[in-house]
Ligand binder design. Structure first.
Ligand code: HEM
Length: 444
């Protein structure tokens, strides 16, 4: 590569040899390659393609996501491939279009705005927790997934969409997400999916979901009622020139909020309950802190002192960050620390590995929420990034934290939680998903 200088190079052959195991679960391979490289980065150059660099160095993450973010852009995988089914919303767009949308949508996620959504979020959580089946070992993820979907759906549409419509929306979004994963993991099968009609079936679902959302928007536009939900806020939002979003763009943003906002939250909650059920001392402390929220209406202040519960969630996302990896492509040749990389290099940032890097964390494999309560919080934030970093930081980070604190508080206040497993299986697809976590809820 001449003038370029890349970190420890892994042969592309060793990648090919292990390719099916790597696509199934890349995490053990990443770990092995990091260990071989003795550095916090390694690289590989696929045939006929630009080099790929993978890092667990928090400084490099900060450099590309924050400090020099203008010199890097999300890869096609995160933009072009995703957008085919879920449109060009905040998560999937880049450059000037992304910036314009971010400026428009950001105010809807300011703390004061979310404060006005807390009643909807809290009522939805309470409704769902009421439905929990007690005294029975059950798969946890499906239940938390429905809960997280309902929370984002009701925050978007208040109670304007009926149960049947919401179920259909959830079904379609999940079908699309699963198919995107299938296409990305097995791109060589794309021709087969075209021939067997799978692509067409999913594009029909896209058309259907866009139609459903469009009719919710149209009904809302002609209604005189105030709902104070995300849809009202997005409808009122104005660009700098005083215009507002066209329906098509609004539909893109709404689909993206569903996609970005429900699976990630359900993953984090599942891992959190799994860890709590396996750590008696921590569970007891969190339970002692949990309270029946009395305020009417409940606001952000009502649960601001649930610090230990918040620490449990933060620590769970350290060990199991739902968005476990992200990427950027270098727009020009770049010097990053000791490395000099070529324009077009794909850089993967393993948030999972940064969060378990021995250089940053004492006993990284141990679940210890106290880390987030101690005075070294500032030091932690330099290598803790479950919501990303820089200008593309998760727009729903506060929303997600409030939601998760309310869920954990509500459940722990009512139930003891027990599990029959002490290890959790993980499925690192686009997000890091837990598999087969079972939990029993017993009334306190
Ligand atoms: C535990 C829950 C969540 C986690 C761990 C999470 C994580 C992330 C991360 C890491 C990114 C940045 C990706 C990158 O820079 O490449 C991101 C972006 C984003 N998230 Fe979240 N997220 C969560 C919940 C939510 C929720 C609840 C919403 C919406 C209500 C949401 C909406 C978004 C959007 C729209 C973006 C794109 C922002 C942009 O590029 O401007 N997320 N999220």
């Amino acid at each position: 590569m001449g003038k370029y200088n890349y970190p420890h190079k892994i042969s592309f052959f060793s990648f090919l040899l292990n390719s099916s195991a790597i696509t199934k679960n890349p995490i053990p391979f990443h770990k092995r390659f990091f260990e071989e490289s003795k550095d916090d980065s390694f690289s590989v150059t696929p045939f006929f393609s630009k080099p790929v660099l993978l890092t667990r160095d928090a400084e490099i993450a900060k450099y590309i996501l924050q400090k020099k973010h203008k010199n890097f852009e999300k890869s096609k995988l995160q933009t072009h491939h995703l957008s085919k089914y879920v449109g060009y919303g905040l998560l999937t767009s880049t450059g000037a279009k992304w910036l314009r949308q971010r400026r428009l949508v950001q105010p809807a996620f300011h703390k004061e705005k979310i404060n006005s959504l807390i009643t909807i979020i809290n009522d939805t959580i309470k409704d769902q927790v009421e439905k929990i089946e007690i005294d029975k070992m059950q798969e946890l993820y499906p239940m938390l997934n429905v809960l997280a979907f309902e929370v984002i759906a009701k925050s978007l549409f208040d109670f304007s969409a009926d149960k049947k419509t919401l179920n259909r929306l959830q079904f379609i979004i999940e079908q699309l997400q699963q198919f995107i994963v299938k296409e990305i993991r097995q791109p060589h099968k794309r021709i087969w999916y075209k021939l067997n009609g799978e692509i067409k079936r999913h594009l029909d679902l896209v058309r259907e979901i866009r139609g459903i959302i469009n009719s919710i928007i149209e009904t809302r536009k002609s209604s005189k009622e105030d709902h104070d939900d995300l849809l009202d806020m997005l409808l009122q939002a104005e660009y700098e020139d005083g215009t507002s979003m066209a329906n098509e763009q609004l539909i893109d943003e709404i689909i993206i909020l569903f996609v970005a906002g429900h699976e990630t939250t359900a993953n984090a909650l599942t891992f959190t309950f799994f860890l709590l059920a396996n750590n008696e001392g921590v569970l007891k402390k969190a339970q002692e802190e949990s309270v029946e929220l009395q305020d009417d209406p409940v606001t952000i202040d009502s649960f601001a002192n649930l610090k230990y519960i918040k620490g449990c969630i933060e620590e769970s996302m350290r060990l199991y960050p739902p968005a476990w990896i992200t990427d950027r492509v270098a727009l020009e040749d770049e010097t990053i620390g000791d490395y000099h990389i070529k324009k077009g290099t794909l850089i993967g940032v393993s948030i999972y590995e940064i969060h378990r890097n021995k250089a940053y964390w004492a006993e990284p494999e141990t679940f210890r929420p106290e880390r987030f309560l101690e005075d070294n919080k500032k030091e932690i934030t330099s290598h803790y990034m479950p919501f990303g970093r820089g200008p593309r930081l998760c727009i729903g980070n506060n929303f997600a934290m409030y939601e998760m604190i309310l869920v954990v508080n509500e459940i722990l206040n009512k139930f003891n939680v027990e599990t029959n497993k002490d290890t959790v299986e993980i499925k690192p697809l686009i997000t890091l998903k837990p598999a087969n976590v079972e939990l029993k809820f017993v009334r306190r």
